[in-house]
Ligand binder design. Sequence first.
Ligand code: ADP
Length: 432
Amino acid sequence: DESKPEVIWTVHVEVRLSTKSRRRVDVIQGLVRDFITNNYDPIQLPSVLDGWEVDPTLASSVDRIAVSESACPSISLHLKNVSLEIHAYQPHETDAIEEYANGTPGRDGEENVLAASVCELPCKAWEGLWDGLIYPDNIKLKLLDYIHATFVLSDAGVDFNLVTWNRVVLLHGPPGTGKTSLCRALAQKLSIRLSHRYSQSRLLEINSHSLFSRWFSESGKLVQRLFSNIMEMVEDEDCFVVVLIDEVESLTAARAGAMAGTEPSDGLRVVNALLTQLDKLRYQKNVLVMSTSNLAKAIDSAFVDRADIIQYVDLPPREAIYEILRSSLCEFIQKGILQKTTVPALDLALYLEGNSKNGSIASGTMLPYSPEGLASILLALADKCRAQQLSGRALRRLPVLALARYIGIGVSASSTTSNLNNSRFQTDIRLW
Ligand code: ADP
């Protein structure tokens, strides 16, 4: 339809620079843009690009070029419908972690309480974390879109009296569903996506337990000091700061306790201090507060009220379990622990399953390590894991336990692929 205006989709390309790269970022960005234009039309989302090594400048400066998933209707787009946003970044080494201790050791009985740790982003340790987290319903993309929306509003200078948001996100759900990891991965993602506007990004993780393990009178001071540190950091407008409050219920349960008369009123004062400090932060453009909780019901309602997004993170459904197990297996294969085998992607596995249900492939004719065979074994395992209500954390551990059993019974690791269809492997999985 000629009259229909063409829609242009923003596609984010993440270029990880090698540690030795000394080239100007804009030069690299230009080269990457040319490379994509000449070689990748249509472009696939998400995908990791190759072939750029033939360009000597890229070869010497770049580690990896990846096209991110984007909020667009197709996984394949023609470049004429695409606006490429190229983000080049150089991850910091892991040991950039600096710990924030509050209280001066040995003075007036004050103890050095480890209240928070700070990490420069993007950091090496969290490369790949985002891709490894698998959720249904595009949860990751939704969170990213939300944050993008707040940036658009901030940039436009929207009047806070008319449209209000607090820059607070709350993720809640059962333990081991990746909430903390998702906060870190998001922080990492944002530091890459926002690198053109903030020269620095930091993640400050508040250690809720240690903050509240002290007498409440102490904690009050700790909260004040911690937030004055955060304020100092945020005053640097070139620095984007993500504050992560893990297990936020342990902070705010104090207030509920105070209300019920079981805690000293100091507890109440501390939580109020925290909420007041959070309210001050919302006026800062360059900050985002992320919090997690295993027990949403235990969180102070005044805190919950401040969260713009309250996202429930559930145990993984069958499809996500399949992908988690598949990605673990692929890693084993890639690192040479298992023999080379093709483990079908979820879409193909479901398609093959549909066919075998329709009788298009007689199930008796499936070879054990044909893609069909593997898909059907892994889907059956996914069903069992689902029935056992396994968390993402338990699932990521499963392949280790399965392999350990094989090593334990004297089967060499490289021959384990051929045993994949062996009922013993399935027994292992069932045990867990
Ligand atoms: P939580 O904060 O919800 O208790 P974590 O962030 O500590 O969970 O999760 C621990 C690990 O479990 C993650 O780093 C990841 O390896 C794995 N995991 C959890 N949920 C998922 C998921 N949905 N997809 C992939 N891996 C997951």
